[in-house]
Write a protein that binds this ligand. Structure first.
Ligand code: PMP
Length: 401
């Protein structure tokens, strides 16, 4: 029996072949006779698997030795706090005499997730949040996140404790372009000149979907696994080594204390097994990443994902010309991963959703927050081009009716 297509935003579709492999691993992990959910995280078989998984990420993203790859838990939300705590501790060690007002944390706000991250930074204190740009100020209605602001709208602090952005806004469907010539690219050239820039990127919903521009210039890149690479419960961090700081030494100088499970140095010093890691999610992510490497890695996915999204945006445009649908995001800022639009007319949205479900296409209802709503189609790596084409064929039929 064929499974329905899952266009959900996360947790989301995983490759079917991997699910079959994982099911076998639940009974017998790598011929140990012990299931993956039962085996010790300190066993040589699991630690070897963890090292291989790290290498799969390193090779595909071309991560230099200046950066550590770490595995943790707590999702993207725990990183909203952890990046602030670790980078404020680092800033404290570098500049012990500054006041909290002199510890700027620059937030680039392009959607619901970066907004939430900035709110957490404000809550934690220890520094001062500076909104480098808020995309709503440049939106069509003055209150929605409907595009990436142009480069002239950003203001960065001269020597901040951190600079934060979210590469792909999962709820709002807005994504930085990774083409440097695009007006919707991230303004890397405007950042303060610093060889150890405290640049933080939330890549949760675009991780492993394409190469990461300027990766080596980042202090921290993080991603929850539950979009492109595995189940929820695993968070992957890429941390530049100067950000693996002694948080207790920083606390002695007045920095906000950092729980050890959140301290990047603890994770790095223990090779991500300070405490029990998310063994099963790591296993599934490892299988997904091995498959993705065999297919050609992030470059392969970038091509396929671009084609999938381009076709979907084209049919949305067709629908706009007919007055049946409306794109929510400005042209050029649309996400390759989460495509959001409205179906216009009384009851039309419900009809669109139920028609899709009848054809086995699930989870296309937009985010529950009232401000967004509408339709959201997520085209993560595991959603194939054929599945995308089937949705497009259905949309064309819907438009014709
Ligand atoms: N950042 C982004 C871009 C996300 O899409 C999400 C979750 N969808 C989060 C952060 C929060 O992640 P979590 O639910 O794993 O805490």
């Amino acid at each position: 029996m064929s499974r329905p297509t899952n266009f959900g935003a996360g947790p989301s579709a995983l490759p079917e072949s991997v699910l079959h492999q994982a099911a076998r691993g639940l009974l017998d992990f790598n011929n140990t006779g012990i299931g993956i959910a039962e085996i010790s995280h300190r066993s040589k078989e699991f630690t070897a698997f963890l090292a291989d998984t790290e290498n799969l990420i390193r090779t595909q993203l071309d991560i230099p030795q200046t950066h550590s790859v770490l595995f943790t838990q707590g999702g993207g939300s725990a990183q909203f706090s952890a990046v602030v705590l670790n980078l404020l501790a680092r800033h404290r060690l570098l500049h012990p005499d500054r006041t909290n007002a002199e510890r700027a944390m620059d937030y680039v706000i392009t959607g619901s997730w970066s907004k939430k991250a900035a709110e957490e930074a404000r809550r934690l204190g220890g520094g001062t949040v500076n909104v480098a740009v808020d995309a709503r100020a440049y939106s069509k209605d003055g209150r929605s996140f409907d595009g990436i602001p142009t480069h002239d709208t950003y203001t960065f602090s001269p020597d901040p404790a951190l600079i934060y952005y979210c590469e792909n806004e999962t709820v709002d469907g807005v994504e930085f372009s990774n083409d440097a010539t695009s007006a919707a690219s991230f303004p890397f050239h405007l950042l303060p000149k610093d060889t150890l820039l405290p640049l933080v990127g939330d890549h949760s919903s675009s991780f492993m979907s394409r190469p990461i521009p300027h990766l080596a210039e980042h202090a921290v890149i993080y991603a929850g696994a539950q979009k492109n690479i595995g189940p929820a419960g695993l968070t992957i961090l890429i941390v530049r080594k100067d950000c693996l700081v002694d948080v207790d030494a920083a606390a002695k100088l007045g920095a906000v204390p950092v729980p050890l499970t959140m301290a990047y140095k603890t994770l790095a010093d223990s090779a991500s097994v300070y405490n029990t890691p998310a063994v099963l999610p790591i296993y599934i992510a490892g299988l997904v990443l091995k498959r993705s490497q065999e297919l050609g890695g992030v470059k392969y996915y970038e091509e396929v994902n671009k084609r999938k999204a381009a076709k979907l945006y084209a049919v949305i445009k067709e629908g706009e010309a007919k007055g049946v649908v409306r794109a929510k995001v400005k042209e050029g800022s649309g996400s390759l991963m989460n495509v959001v639009f409205d179906v216009l007319g009384d009851g039309a949205e419900a009809k669109f959703i139920s028609g899709a479900e009848a054809l086995g296409m699930k989870a296309i209802k937009g985010h529950r927050y009232g401000s967004v709503g509408g339709i959201r189609v997520s085209l993560y790596n595991a959603v194939t081009e054929e599945q995308t084409d089937a949705l497009i064929a259905y949309m064309k039929e819907f438009l014709a009716q």
